[in-house]
Design a protein around this ligand. Structure first.
Ligand SMILES: [Mg+2]
Length: 220
């Protein structure tokens, strides 16, 4: 079946942000008395929204985080991204080679998406088709965001292909009834990462973005 719409996750698929974000979150949480390593953050929080991260940390701590927690993370993320963020290698050429429609569906806020895609030169390839977990009731791993994005793009789930790098995102795509490819080429992907995405339901995994146009052209 041909693919009419490719839905790209942002962090870890378009921009190589996950290692940078994990360092920021580990530092901020540890400063608040909740000791975390960057590896802990990658294991537990990759692919989910900051609202969900707050809920999980508060449940463990047994007390609320400060009201400015997200604002502090956002500011620290922006400082790290401004000097260190890179696009995923080869992603711009891969996107330009696709001959179907595309959008972004991210657990990040619209502001974060615009900032990171703007820094890496990818924003003009997607505007105005940017969808955030803040636009739906439940973020990934619930299917809401992918379902919402596909409805807005007027493409049925069976004609959608999701590209995801996290277990939460792969799970969300499967729950939305969409075909999903796991991307395991980001700096945060360690040994066994691809098989973890396949266990979550990715039909296949790949590690070089240059392969994407051919995978999309194959259909499902
Ligand atoms: Mg991701």
């Amino acid at each position: 079946m041909p693919v009419d719409l490719v839905l790209f996750d942002c962090d870890g698929v378009l921009v190589d942000s996950e290692v940078l974000s994990a360092r920021v979150l580990a530092d901020e949480a540890t400063a608040l008395g909740y000791s975390l390593s960057p590896e802990d953050c990658l294991d537990r929080f990759t692919g989910i929204s900051m609202a969900a991260v707050r809920t999980m940390i508060e449940a463990d701590l047994g007390q609320p985080l400060p009201p400015d927690f997200e604002a502090r993370i956002r500011a620290a993320d922006q400082r790290a991204f401004a000097c260190q963020l890179r696009p995923i290698e080869g992603v711009e050429a891969a996107i330009r080679a696709l001959d179907c429609r595309r959008c972004v569906a991210s657990s990040g806020s619209p502001e974060k998406m615009r900032f990171t895609l703007g820094l890496t030169g990818l924003l003009p390839l997607f505007e105005p088709h940017l969808f955030s977990a803040s636009m739906v009731a439940r973020g990934k791993p619930a299917p809401d965001l992918f379902a919402y994005a596909a409805r807005q793009m007027r493409v049925p789930p069976a004609a959608c292909l999701v590209v995801e790098d996290s277990v939460a995102g792969v799970t969300a795509a499967v729950a939305a009834g969409m075909d999903v490819l796991g991307f395991a080429g980001g700096a945060h992907c360690r040994d066994g990462y691809a098989s973890m995405l396949r266990r979550a339901g990715a039909r296949m995994t790949f590690e070089r973005m240059a392969l994407l146009p051919a995978l999309v052209a194959q259909g499902r």
